[in-house]
Ligand binder design. Sequence first.
Ligand SMILES: [Zn+2]
Ligand SMILES: [Zn+2]
Length: 61
Amino acid sequence: MSRCAGWLVVHDGGGVRACTEEHRGGTCPGYHAPHTGGAISCRMLVGRPCATCGGGVARAS
Ligand SMILES: [Zn+2]
Ligand SMILES: [Zn+2]
């Protein structure tokens, strides 16, 4: 089974929408493949509010 060297990027709402390998110009074998880095929140990846889901801002829920 292929293994991905990146992290899965999880947006607010819990959906996996991307992989850091894709951001780096690489290819991801699929979001269901094992990911070496595990999962990371999009807000941790970009360090600012995410344009995709609006996450990154602390919100009371
Ligand atoms: Zn996001
Ligand atoms: Zn991947």
